[in-house]
Design a protein. Sequence first.
Lengths: 387, 350
Amino acid sequence: MFDLVPDAIELEVLTLARRIAADVIEPRAAELDRRGGFPAQTLLALSRSGLMGVNIPRELGGLAAGAVAYSLAVTALAHACASTTVAMCVNNMVGEVVTMFGTPEQRTEHVPKLCNGEHVVGAFALSEAGAGSDAAGMRTRARRTERGWVIEGSKLWITSGSHAGLFVVWAKTSDEPGTRGISTFLVPGETPGLVRGKPEHKLGLCGSTTCAIEFNACEVGPEALLDEVGRGFRIAMMALDGGRIGIASQAVGIGRAAIEAAAAWAHEKYGASVPQSVAFAIADSGTELDAAMLLTLRAAWLKRGGLPFSHQASMAKLMASERAFAACNRVLAVMGADGQDVERPVERFFRDVRVTMIYEGTSEVQRIVIARDIARRFDDARGEAGR
Amino acid sequence: MTSPADVEALLGAVRPIAAREIAPAAARWDSSGELEPDVASRLAQWGLFGVSVAEQAGGVGAGMLGAAAVVEEIASHSGALAMRLALHEAVAIGFALETSDTAMLGRLIGATAFVGAIGVGRGLQVARSDTRTRVHGDVRMVPGDGALVAFARDATGMVVGMVDGDHIGTRRHRAASGLRALGWSDVTVDATFERAGDDALATRLAARLSVLVAATACGLARAAIGQAAGYALVREQFGQPIAQFQAIQWKLANAATERAAAWHLAIDAASRIDRAATGATQAAARAQLAAVRASVVACSDALQIHGGNGYTREFPVERLLRDARACGAIDRDDDDLRTDVAASIAQRFA
């Protein structure tokens, strides 16, 4: 069982996130989506509030509020603006990775800057053109030199790549097959040889940037290596497990915003006589999203307690992203032409939410993780019974 | 009656035109949010206005079956253009046919501008007297750039009529998420219908439109399935093309099955309209309902198969998904359609 009641710190973080969402982020969200680009202003507000490091120790500049607080904060922020929230999520993930795997020097050098905005924002450079779901297909290489490492290759779909001050970069450091021989590096954004591509034009999240990053003989010192050589895949998987709690929370926040917008529209159009077709769509979506939020909080609660949560995070992301998309789709279906109007936020929610079924592991990857884990448990149980 | 061979022959002529003239422009139309002014006259030149009209009346003589096939083919390249054509063919040309206005029919078949349509119950007030029917009011989200066919409702029922451009106030463009080049607008209408149709005519026109909305949705779904299948064959992950994975195969199989079922419902409805058979209205509502739903799922799954690439505008699937969702916002939404289908079921069992 997990405890459903947030503690005082978690509630404080939720209140803080809701206030910033209402006062600073939501009023800018539509314009940010229309204009496109990088959410600099809204991220600055998050840096000042501490929400860029929710699960980071206080001595490193974070709120030390834990994974449940992080999930609640992301849900509240995504309700207002998914574009800002995705950059915030990745920054938190980068901060946690450096905190968990970095040396004391790496932590003190980078984590406070990720929390206070000095790095602007952090980026996670794992995916490549040929290595999306399959990290073993990675082509980027890091070659050891007398002065450190030289990174060569290119990464794709890098959130905040246009402005990030710190990149966590994965590269092959040996010819070992599969995911062995992958190492992780911390590469500051101004490093010579790191070339930022043009931001992609996307279906949604138009107020955040996603771009390719080239590493052309990008030379970094020995201090750039995170953890040990060859342990990068493990770092990536652990980071993605936590990241999935963030994406699940994001999906729930967007979905809830959509059904609230639909409820407001229905009230405006039908008054007290909202037809069942609309009311039931809202009811079904609200129920599904609450179930998804509970799965998400379970995974966050396990993470907060230092317990295994990979399987639960996958379930949360799968359920939350698919149900949130279904909610936005239903809402657009019942709103007809009003839903297509870009003056209303629901078409933005529909475009924004769609990517939650793709990034940080597609729904198909989540299903693979969940099915493997269930099979492993079944095998273990059978083994126990046979002894 | 239009035979399958007639439809194939018609498509044989349309496919090269669509591939040559429409496919290269579709992304540009979506990006700019408008069609070039000469697109309507080019469609007329290619003989694509009046497909449902008998040859002796100046049309192609392929009935609604032929019109559905043409619209489906065009939608596989551009949803917005297909929907413009659908509104012109189903509603405007349908109105001229139904009111036996041969002069108007001739003008519409050779038109240089699309005629739009205003959906039922979208804000027009009706004032009826023995001699005239007047409509006035503000209407939101109107596709169309010239004259339009307006539907309105009062306590005594529905009325439908043609409104020429002089009686349409300033067109105020509204940016939309899907079918962006359709020309979603706000307009003020203040007109007297020269020839007003009643409930029955409005219902028949709505059925024609439902068939062509369904055809548009099916065309979008077919394009999405084709894009996804092509991508899955060349995209390799885990050492093999992703088309080898069951999760991908099943998505494609389900999407193709649902799309085929919806297309058959559309063909059935078109055929009933052409034969003036019973149940055409309900068949058309069923077709639109099923096709829009199948199309959204097919386009969403196609985007999923593309992974991160599908989310970018480098690939057409994100446009197909936006367009498919917008098909559900044309004229009658899902709830209106379900109400129609439910009413026919209740009537049958009463």
